[in-house]
Design a protein around this ligand. Structure first.
Ligand code: 0WD
Length: 255
């Protein structure tokens, strides 16, 4: 019996096999969970479908999180096929490339709205559509980053979006606690993924994190996957509204 045997859930945010969401999916699968996946668009579909199939998943659905109809359709389909679900993984974020490069004060209103909509508001709408099919004891986990609480060079508007995301985690957790639904965030250290490649000076961030982290190494998709597995499982039954750092202890040191 695995930790997640008999549990079913959906993962938003697999773009390819380097995605943090894919590291989470693999850990959940190994622990016995049954998984559904969503993909952003057709070019992602070509990459996500074979990955999903490799874990025996048959439910792979389109979902641009800016599109409420698609989001509603995902949870309607999950309800139809599975009745109820046990967990949701939100590993989605986006900001315009220029907003991750230009001085922060140059952030446009449109760029701000886009980053906040895709990276923070989507957790709120995703939760809203999920609620009718979430079992008591269900768990929602989102992915965040230290740039929410520190001014990390070039992270810019994404830091503001992550601050909103972390605050949303607390408000959702407070609201859904009475339904026995938990909501938490994992704050991952820097990992080389498609999304990370858009952040200016990302290579320097990796080097800096590797040198300074308490563990003197970078974290991997598997490190993040294992911590997320814990938060999604009954092992974390008393944990909600938390931002859990999986950064090798980078954020606890100063020099
Ligand atoms: O260092 C890192 N990589 C860290 C990432 C450190 C700490 C946190 N994170 C967070 C990210 O901010 C994000 O919330 O982890 C989450 C997953 O990011 P990732 O695994 O680093 O990146 P990636 O593999 O690119 O997956 C993110 C995906 C998108 O990929 P692209 O590269 O195409 O933007 O989010 C998806 C998309 O598949 N995405 C969307 N999905 C639905 N609707 C949308 C959208 N509108 N926009 C982006």
């Amino acid at each position: 019996m695995g930790l997640m045997t008999g549990k079913r859930g959906v993962i938003f945010g697999v773009a390819n096999d380097k995605s943090i969401a894919w590291g989470i999916a693999q850990q959940l699968h190994e622990a016995g969970a049954e998984l559904a996946f969503t993909y952003l668009n057709e070019s992602m579909e070509r990459r996500v479908k074979p990955l999903a199939e490799s874990l025996g998943s048959t439910i792979v659905l389109p979902c641009d999180v800016q599109n409420d109809d698609e989001m509603a359709a995902v949870f309607a389909e999950l309800g139809k096929q599975w009745g109820e679900i046990d967990f949701v993984v939100h590993a989605v974020a986006f900001a315009n490339r220029e907003d991750l490069k230009n001085p922060f004060s140059q952030t446009s209103r449109e760029g701000f709205q886009l980053a906040l909509d895709i990276s923070a508001y989507s957790l709120i709408s995703m939760t809203r559509y999920a609620i009718p099919i979430l079992k008591p004891g269900a768990s929602i986990v989102t992915m965040t980053y230290l740039g929410s609480v520190r001014a990390v060079p070039a992270y810019n508007v994404m830091g503001v979006a992550k601050a909103a995301l972390e605050s949303s985690v607390r408000y959702l957790a407070a609201e859904l606690g009475e339904k026995e639904i938990r909501v938490n965030a994992v704050s991952a250290g820097p990992i080389k993924t498609l999304a990370a490649s858009g952040i200016g000076g990302f290579k320097d961030k990796l080097k800096f994190a590797e040198e300074r982290a308490a563990l003197r190494r970078l974290v991997s998709q598997d490190d993040v996957g294992r911590a997320t597995l814990y938060l999604l499982s009954d092992l974390a039954s008393g944990v909600t509204g938390e931002v859990h750092y999986v950064d090798g202890g980078f954020s606890i040191v100063a020099g």
